[in-house]
Write a protein that binds this ligand. Structure first.
Ligand code: 3HC
Length: 337
């Protein structure tokens, strides 16, 4: 299959890498030459790691050989699917869709990897809206086993089914998101945990909060570590977009860091100093699991009660999308929430 990925940043390069690993012909576009170069370097680094560990059997050069960097959007012509992964800015994404639609034919699926913008709203930039859907990957796409498949108001049944099929073809678990709600399933839960953690800083240090996440709940990363890892800039832009649409994502610390240019792991500093690699999170007594998870569990119930997801899907989505050892509702039972 010919796949085009628009945007070679944190998510875009990873999505391109996954499609290439599974034998697809990938075209990777970025408006900025430097970003494209960096994206390709990161793919090479990641493929080398995967090869060293025996997680891929094909040589990295061969996988790289299926990825063609493109400098003009018109080169997406002939793609079966175009996946947009540019920054979380509505107008920027809308411009990309309008431009892409000029070059592809009627059967091409256009997907967005947006974290926070409504699919229906975004589809309004297109002339043919039934071809559009959300395919939401998790960072880093090459290691995370989940992709949310989101239908907007106009997405056709055929395109939605094809989206699920494409996700399976790259060996990822598709989670259908039945309603186009802000943050879909995983991010709605994650945004609650982020805001809870930011609020808890009036009582605990970030190290104490991350210690509970890492050492008691056994999450793969602390909450502030994850904010840094997914990008302070990305999370700040997300928080602005979702707040505009009535979803509470209050975290004043994000704005402070953003304004200082501390974008997290990618810039070497965020909540933590990343100049020497991942922060070491020591065990410290901190918030209880109940304090950290109560709002997230309420959000999980909201998703089920409003027909967006099922209990089983919420559990699966939090395990595979966030790398938790247990699902959200397993924690809820364990801690009596
Ligand atoms: N490709 C290949 N290898 C990679 C890699 C990549 N992209 N990233 C990390 N690795 C390697 C590391 O280099 C390391 O290799 P080594 O053992 O040779 O040093 C190995 O994987 C393990 O990494 P670490 O020791 O640093 O850490 P972990 O065992 O914790 O695994 C992780 C890393 C998979 C990222 C894990 O920490 C994790 O699951 N974290 C949570 C991530 C998460 O929650 N993602 C979703 C965020 S929300 C989102 O993306 C949505 C968006 O809309 C905001």
């Amino acid at each position: 299959m010919k796949v085009a990925v628009i945007g070679a940043g944190v998510m875009g390069h990873g999505i391109a890498e996954v499609f290439s690993i599974y034998g697809n012909q990938v075209f990777l576009y970025d408006k900025f030459e430097e970003a494209l170069k960096k994206g390709l370097e990161k793919i090479k680094w990641s493929l080398d790691k995967l090869y060293e560990k025996g997680k891929i059997s094909e040589k990295p050069e061969e996988v790289m050989g299926r990825i063609t960097p493109i400098k003009e959007l018109k080169e997406v012509k002939g793609s079966e699917i175009v996946i947009e992964a540019v920054p979380e800015n509505f107008n920027l994404k809308a411009e990309v869709f309008k431009e892409v639609e000029k070059y592809v034919d009627g059967n091409t699926i256009i997907a967005t990897n947006t974290s926070s913008l409504p699919i229906t709203e975004l589809s309004q930039a297109l002339l043919k809206r039934d071809r559009f859907l959300g395919l939401h990957f998790f960072n880093p796409p090459v290691l995370m086993g989940l992709v949310e498949v989101i239908r907007g108001e106009y997405t056709s049944d055929e395109v939605f089914a094809k989206g699920i099929e494409i996700v399976r073809s790259i060996s990822r678990e598709p989670i259908p998101v039945r309603k186009d709600v802000i943050g879909f399933v995983v991010n709605r839960i994650l945004f609650r945990i982020f805001t809870t953690a930011c609020r808890l800083t009036n009582k605990y240090t970030i190290e104490q909060i991350d210690s509970t996440a890492k050492h008691i709940l056994k999450f793969p990363m602390g909450i502030f570590e994850l904010l840094d890892f997914t990008g302070i800039d990305t999370n700040y832009l997300i928080s602005k977009e979702v707040m505009k649409r009535g979803f509470d994502f209050t975290c004043p610390q994000l704005e402070e860091l953003y304004k200082k240019g501390y974008y997290g792991s990618k810039s070497g500093k965020g909540f933590y100093d990343w100049s020497k690699g991942r922060p070491e999170i020591k065990f410290l007594p901190g918030p209880t699991p109940q304090e950290l998870l109560v709002d997230a569990v309420k959000e999980g119930r909201w998703l089920v009660e409003n027909g967006v997801s099922t209990d089983e899907e919420v559990n699966k989505a939090t395990r595979l999308g966030l790398g938790w050892p247990k699902g959200l509702f397993d924690y809820a039972k364990e801690y009596g929430l």
